[in-house]
Design a protein around this ligand. Sequence first.
Ligand code: FBP
Length: 569
Amino acid sequence: MSTLVEQLVNTEAHRSIFETAVRRNPLPVCAAFGSSDQPQPVGFSDTSRVLSTKDSEGVRAQFPQTVAASQNVVLTSAGASSSTRVQGKRVAVLFSGGPAAGGHNVVCGLKRVLGTGNTLFGVKAGPKGLLKGSLFEITDADADFIINTGGFDFLGSDRTKIKSAEQFAQVRETCIKHNLDAIVVVGGDDSNTNAAVLAESLFTGVKADGSGVQVIGVPKTIDGDLQVGDLLAISFGFDTATRIYSEMVGNILQDTSSSLKYWHFVKLMGRSASHVALEVALQTKPAIALISEEIAVNRESLASIIDRVAKVIVERSHKGMNYGVLLAPEGLIEFIPEMNAMIAELNDALAHHTAEFAALADEAKPAFVGSKLSADNAALLASLPHYIVNMLLADRDSHGNLQVSLIPTEQLLIDMAKKRVKELDPNVPFAAHNHFLGYEGRCGAPTLFDAAYTYNLGLTAGSLILDGRTGYMATVTGLTSGGTPQAIPLAGLLNIERRHGKDEFVIEKALVRMDSPAMRFFASRRDEWAASDLFSSPGPRQFWGPTTHQLPISVALNSGADSLMFNIG
Ligand code: FBP
């Protein structure tokens, strides 16, 4: 073999030149953990902050043991503690839901802080693996290999919701079989709700001596919709995903003003919330960025949104710009008032006629569902193109969510805008391409922000376990001032929401707020971005270089930072 061929073969199986180099990138740790070479576990003490929601009383009744233990009080790190000496704990970690960059570093942080005296197991393929008892021991060599790499592929993930008595019994069986002391659930709002429920169910009586199994959550999701004010500025994975999308949107913007003939309608992943769309808009400054939450607040109809979009297209054309970029959040459809009302009725109808609906041929489904809706909603459903109707009728995910990633909103917007532009001015050319940016951004190598943040979240989660805590979500606050490991009582976040036609406990999704500094800044600039080409192309995310230490713009604005730089360590 030639030297080059040998070199190329050596880059197989996650050994590219980049992957090899990025593994060596040093990670800063919060001062509480001591030195970055030898981070040590910290103990925790109560703060004066108590969390509550409108449903706290109902939650207390359903989560009596975890609420009694935590009193819903936020914990903060209290320096090195006797937990440093805790040995013999057996801890399992699992990924739940969609992947997000940095998950591997959570595992590495856990491994590091648990040290050689405790054992860390990986759960294969998410909550489903916990039910089946698919666990394996994670070694130091594993941690060295996955550090700073993207994806969840080391363990795999899934969206199984643990809710039936049989499933809880299976989890107990796994805990007993592997003699587990603790489980770490790395997930989004639904998965952390699962963690809260598991913490309560496993609180006592799992092992022969009557003791329980601790459960700690770690806040993950590219959607950015798991936020708790200054206690949790952002979930991990958001920064990497939005930087990848921003690079792509920046490149498209550069293309539009080079080729001078296309509009590009880009749907961005992010589920219900528009945090991803807002962040990418702040990074790239496109002609139009729709924000679902604003549409809901203004009760703007689909016709009015299309009119607004078409007017920008026409006005730009009159100035000689027959091109531009529109960003649309993945969950837009659910926020348009008439669509939202129709989807709510549709969800109830599907929940109440599951068996009849499943037995029908696909072509018969729209008419069947239409017959169960009010006249207005039935008419609206019938007016939508088949590619939207089919997806509105598709299966909900295991948490009862509409699978918004499958709904081609960007195509609907193009089709409707084309019609409206013709009505406004038949001489305006409108050639449009659609894009959906989602999966491209979830598994890239983590930015330094996500890499450091997740490593510290892993150190925090491990410390909470060694400190004997259960029912908390690990967090790192003060992201621009060195970072402080803290813990949020999960029960203090729970609300009651209607899903599958039933009331369930959930962690409420954090949506874009109209009065947030990021939204206000965007609103103050967007008319200028529509009227001329003020776009910027942020370029690829950097691992070494001037933008390495950058925070997401929306996070910097919303946390009142005076620069874009983060500071952990
Ligand atoms: P999580 O809430 O699990 O982090 O999901 C993130 C996400 O990327 C959403 O933005 C998106 O709607 C969804 O996953 C798509 O995942 P799937 O392909 O499993 O439906």
